[in-house]
Design a protein around this ligand. Structure first.
Ligand SMILES: Nc1nc2c(ncn2[C@@H]2O[C@H](COP(=O)(O)OP(=O)(O)OP(=O)(O)O)[C@@H](O)[C@H]2O)c(=O)[nH]1
Length: 297
C-alpha cells in the first residue's frame, strides 16, 4: 500500500464511520420515537446500504496487506446491522431481553475494537514506512531482522546485508534543487525495488542510503545479487522534468553470521561501502568477517 493510499483510506474510513453512526442514530430515533423505517433500516441486507459498506468493498477488492482485518470488520459491521434490526423490532414490540441487550452491546464492542485495531495498524504502517519512497524504514528493519534471520537459518541458506548509497547525491541536490533530489530518491527506490527479488527486502535506511537483506547459497551468489542491483541502477536513465540524470550507487555487502547483531553487520557493510566510495564509487565491495575488502564485478 502506498502512503497516499493509506491517508486516503484513513480519511475515507473516518467518513464511513461517521455515516455508520448517523445510521445508528436514525435507528435509535425510530426505535424510541417511532416513524417510517426505510430500507436502510429494515432490509436484511441493510449493511450494504451504508457508506461504510462502500469503503469495505474498496478495501476488500484492493490488493491490500490488511485484508484479514478488513474481513473481520466486514463481518462485525454486518452483525451490528443484523442485531440492531432485531433490537428495533424488540423495542417496538416491548420484548427486549437481557440477553438481546448483551448481544447488542457485544456486537458494538466487537465492531469498535476491530476498527481500533485496523486504525492502529494503519498508523503503525505509516510510521514504519517512508512517505517519500514508500519503502520500509530503519525501525522496521530492526523489527523484522530476527524473523528474516530465522527464516534464512531454516532454509539452510546464508543471510547477507547490502548497503547501497547513491553517489554524489549532494551534487544532484545542488545542481537541480532539493525537489529534483527527492524525485531522484523516489525513482532510485523504485528501480532498486523492481530489481530486488521477492525474497529480498529493501529498506530506506537514511537519506540516500538503502539496505537490502538477501539470502543466498554462498558468497558468490550474494555478490552476483549485489552487482545485479548496482548495474541495474547504472543502466537506468532517471528523468526529472526534462533532465536525464545518470545515477550510480556504491554498495557494501557482508554476510550476517549467527553471532552478528544487526548493528555489527551494518557496521561491516558500511565500512565496505565507504571503502568503495574512497576507491572510485559505482562499485560493490564485500566486507568479510576478517575485515578484508573484496571488490566485486
Ligand atoms: N533531496 C533530498 N536530499 C536528501 C534527503 N536526505 C538526505 N539528502 C541529502 O543527501 C546528501 C548526501 O550527501 P553526502 O552525504 O555528502 O554524500 P554524497 O553527496 O552522496 O557523496 P558520496 O556519498 O560521497 O558519493 C546531503 O546533501 C543531504 O542533504 C532527502 O530526503 N531528499
Amino acid at each position: 500500500m502506498n502512503i497516499n493510499d493509506l491517508d486516503y483510506s484513513l480519511s475515507e474510513l473516518n467518513i464511513a464511520i461517521k455515516d455508520h453512526y448517523d445510521w445508528a442514530g436514525k435507528f435509535l430515533r425510530l426505535s424510541l420515537l417511532g416513524g417510517e423505517a426505510d430500507a436502510d433500516i429494515l432490509d436484511p441486507q441493510s449493511h450494504l446500504h451504508c457508506r461504510f459498506s462502500r469503503w469495505l468493498s474498496l478495501r476488500l477488492n484492493g490488493d491490500a496487506l490488511d485484508k484479514d482485518m478488513v474481513i473481520i470488520i466486514d463481518k462485525n459491521h454486518k452483525d451490528m446491522h443484523d442485531i440492531s434490526r432485531e433490537m428495533m423490532q424488540s423495542i417496538i414490540q416491548r420484548s427486549v431481553t437481557d440477553s438481546l441487550l448483551e448481544t447488542y452491546q457485544k456486537a458494538q464492542q466487537n465492531f469498535t475494537a476491530s476498527l481500533d485495531r485496523y486504525k492502529e495498524y494503519l498508523f503503525s504502517y505509516r510510521n514504519m514506512h517512508d512517505a517519500l519512497t514508500g519503502l520500509p524504514l530503519r525501525h522496521l528493519l530492526y523489527c523484522e531482522f530476527p524473523l528474516v534471520r530465522e527464516k534464512s537459518q531454516r532454509s539452510c541458506r546464508h543471510l547477507y546485508l547490502l548497503i547501497m548509497d547513491i553517489d554524489r547525491f549532494k551534487s544532484i541536490n545542488d545542481t537541480w534543487g532539493h525537489n529534483a533530489g527527492d524525485e531522484v530518491l523516489r525513482k532510485v527506490a523504485l528501480v532498486l525495488k523492481d530489481a530486488t527479488r521477492r525474497t529480498e527486502r529493501i529498506y530506506r535506511f537514511g537519506g540516500e542510503e538503502f539496505i537490502i537483506l538477501l539470502d543466498a547459497k554462498n558468497d558468490e551468489d550474494a555478490q552476483k545479487a549485489a552487482e545485479r542491483l548496482r548495474q541495474h541502477l547504472q543502466q537506468q536513465s532517471i528523468t526529472v522534468g526534462h533532465e536525464k540524470i545518470n545515477v550510480t550507487a556504491t554498495g557494501g555487502l557482508t554476510q550476517v553470521s549467527d553471532a552478528d547483531s544487526l548493528h555489527e553487520a551494518i557496521g561491516r557493510a558500511d565500512k565496505a561501502m565507504y571503502y568503495g566510495k574512497n576507491t572510485g564509487r559505482n562499485r560493490c565491495i564485500m566486507g568479510t568477517a576478517a575485515q578484508e575488502m573484496v571488490a566485486l564485478g
